[in-house]
Structure formats: structure tokens, C-alpha cells
Ligand binder design. Structure first.
Ligand code: IPM
Ligand code: MN
Length: 357
């Protein structure tokens, strides 16, 4: 049986993960989808209790025994500088070499699209965010800390291997899913060394995909175009930092942070463990109030089904989620008045209804 490690983590993480697991249980019970759930006590509480962040033995056990990891959220004001969270989050993204962070930006209801005159049909693209290097690589340092002459540096790491594999993953995905357009975004006009590499690699690799329209926009222009007309995009590939930023913009286009899901994988090693995470953070201001939106995590369960070939279940779940969003059976961030668990109840109730003839 496939094993799924579950890290509820910090803030609203445990609240939304509990709801995601209720949905998973429903499919286990009603559709015979088998996953063994392995709950892991990692996060700020654990770190404050005994100093544990992400032990190497645990990392290795996840790598060898798990098909997936479901992560809630990380980040806690009691742990300055995100210390524990970096070990855990980057320990998985980089430690497992999960270079493709795939973030679908898909509006599931017209109601959720914030742009005047646009409908859900206009917001349907996928961001391929490079997930193992760039500015997130952690190379840098500080000099003369705290003085007036202080220097702080983070290096932007771009390797030919890293750039090539994420661009190729984006083109392969487009080809596999019948999409016809791939856009690469960088800032090569300003970052002439690091991002010129992206330009060159993109222009080399596009030749292998003659049927796909390959386009480039600088990241600032992409932000403008995403708001002006999101319907022009199908697949966007970019570096780690720009992918982080642009997927928050994407989340806004699809209804907010409460509905954005993601999966990280290594497309060169599909057998390797995959990481499923809602895009939102730990949202400390929502903790313990029963108002966190579980939909992003529920959509992560949908991505889990897709990744492991349970296509029918993924489809069924999507229909149920769409229906609840349409009916405004949502938390307050999406205009509804339901609690976190009542949203899941609504989704489960829709799942249990016989499909319309
Ligand atoms: C995300 C988050 C993380 C990131 C943070 C929590 C480090 O914003 O997954 O988008 O920047 O990757
Ligand atoms: Mn982010």
C-alpha cells in the first residue's frame, strides 16, 4: 500500500490537514483508494520542545518508504527567521531533489475571479516553478552585521542542469496534456549573467517542441499581462523566486490563497516521493478560530489522486469542490459563512450525491 507522510506543521496547518484527511478517508472508504497515513510530529511545537527540525534518518525513511508527503504549513512567530521551517521545507524540496513545483492556477467558479469581465474560463494555467536552486539555494552571508557598514548577500544560483530540467518539464507537460503554449519568464534584461542562461536554454530546448508556441516575457511584464488578460497563458515556467511571487498573484486570480494547491516532484524520477502543499502559509491570525479555508488542502488531495493515477477520483472530487464553491458553501474569505469543517462536510455531502443523469 502506498504510504503518505503527513506533516500538519504550524498555524492553520493542522486544521486544514485534518480536513484534507477526512476527504482522503472518504475515498478510502467509498472508492477503495488505499493510502497508509503516517502522521509526523514536525514543526514549531516540536522544535521548541526538543530542538528537532528535520532529522536525516527521518528524511531517509520518507525517501525510501513514502509515495507522498502532505504538508500543511510552516511558520511560527516563536521561531525567529523561519529556522525550523527552512530545514523541513527545503529539506524536502531540495533534499529529495523535487525540482518541479507545479502550481495549477485554475479558477473553479466565475464567482472567484476578481477581474472585471472575466470568468473562470479565463484563468486556467499551470506554473512550473524551479524548486531547488535560484535565490533559495541559501548561498550567501552577512558581513559587519549590525553596523552601519553591514553587507548582506544571497546568491542567485542558476545551473544549466537546473534550468534545463525545469524548462523541459514544462514543455513535456504541455505536450503530454495537449497544451500549445509555454511561456518562460525571467529578468535577463537586468540579471544579465544568471538569467541570460535561461534565455539560451529556453531557445535551445524549444526546438525540440516545434508544435508548441514558445514565448518569453520579463517577470514584470508577466505580472502586468496576468492581470490584463490571464487567458493568454497555459504553461508558465520560471525560477524559484519569481515562481513563488507569481503564484501568489495566480492565487488571487483563482480566488485567493485559500484555493491554491501545489505538488513538487522530480519528473526524471517519477517513482520518487512527491510533496503536496497548499500554497498558503500558516496564517497565524486565523489559528484556532475554525475559519481557515480547507479547499487548498482538499485540492492537494485531488493532485495526489492525479499523480497516482486515480483520475476518476480526482475528477469526482473536483466536481464536488466546484459545486460547493458555486453554491458559496465556503469560509468567509470566499464570501461564505461556513466553518472549516462545515466546508468539508459540504464537499463530502456533494461527493455522496449520485451524479446527475
Ligand atoms: C511558498 C511559500 C514558501 C516559499 C515560504 C514559506 C518559504 O511562500 O511555498 O510559496 O517561498 O517557497
Ligand atoms: Mn509563496
Amino acid at each position: 500500500m502506498k504510504k503518505l507522510a503527513v506533516i500538519p506543521g504550524d498555524g492553520i496547518g493542522p486544521e486544514v490537514i485534518a480536513e484534507g484527511l477526512r476527504v482522503l478517508s472518504w475515498f478510502q472508504r467509498e472508492r477503495g483508494i488505499e493510502f497508509e497515513v503516517w502522521q509526523l510530529d514536525l514543526g514549531a511545537e516540536r522544535y521548541l520542545r526538543d530542538g528537532t527540525t528535520f532529522p536525516a534518518e527521518l528524511r531517509d525513511e520518507i525517501a525510501t518508504s513514502c509515495a507522498g508527503v502532505l504538508l500543511g504549513a510552516l511558520g511560527d512567530a516563536r521561531v525567529p527567521n523561519f529556522e525550523h521551517a527552512r530545514d523541513i521545507l527545503f529539506g524536502m524540496r531540495m533534499g529529495f531533489d523535487l525540482y518541479a513545483n507545479v502550481r495549477p492556477v485554475r479558477a473553479l467558479s466565475d464567482r472567484l475571479v476578481p477581474l472585471r469581465g472575466r470568468t473562470a474560463r479565463d484563468v486556467n494555467f499551470v506554473v512550473f516553478r524551479e524548486n531547488t536552486e535560484g535565490i533559495y539555494a541559501g548561498i550567501g552571508g552577512q558581513l559587519r552585521r549590525g553596523s552601519a557598514d553591514e553587507i548582506a548577500i544571497n546568491e542567485d544560483i542558476n545551473t544549466r542542469k537546473g534550468v534545463s530540467r525545469i524548462i523541459r518539464a514544462a514543455f513535456d507537460y504541455a505536450r503530454r496534456t495537449g497544451r500549445t503554449r509555454v511561456l518562460m519568464s525571467d529578468k535577463s534584461n537586468a540579471m544579465r549573467h544568471a538569467h541570460e542562461l535561461w534565455q539560451r536554454v529556453f531557445h535551445e530546448l524549444r526546438l525540440d517542441y516545434p508544435e508548441i508556441e514558445a514565448r518569453h516575457l520579463y517577470i514584470d511584464a508577466l505580472c502586468l499581462e496576468l492581470v490584463r488578460d490571464p487567458s493568454q497563458f497555459q504553461v508558465i515556467v520560471t525560477n524559484n523566486l519569481f515562481g513563488d511571487i507569481v503564484t501568489d498573484l495566480g492565487a488571487a486570480l483563482q480566488g485567493g490563497m485559500g484555493v491554491a494547491a501545489s505538488v513538487s516532484s522530480n519528473p526524471d524520477h517519477p517513482e520518487r516521493v512527491k510533496l503536496f502543499e497548499p500554497v498558503h502559509g500558516s496564517a497565524p491570525n486565523l489559528v484556532g478560530r475554525g475559519i481557515a479555508n480547507p479547499v487548498a488542502t482538499v485540492l492537494c488531495i485531488g493532485l495526489l489522486f492525479e499523480e497516482f493515477g486515480f483520475v476518476g477520483a480526482a475528477h469526482e472530487l473536483e466536481i464536488a469542490v466546484r459545486a460547493t464553491l458555486e453554491a458559496q458553501e465556503t469560509t468567509a474569505d470566499l464570501g461564505g459563512s461556513l466553518s472549516t469543517s462545515a466546508v468539508t462536510d459540504a464537499i463530502l455531502a456533494r461527493l455522496a450525491q449520485p451524479a446527475p443523469a
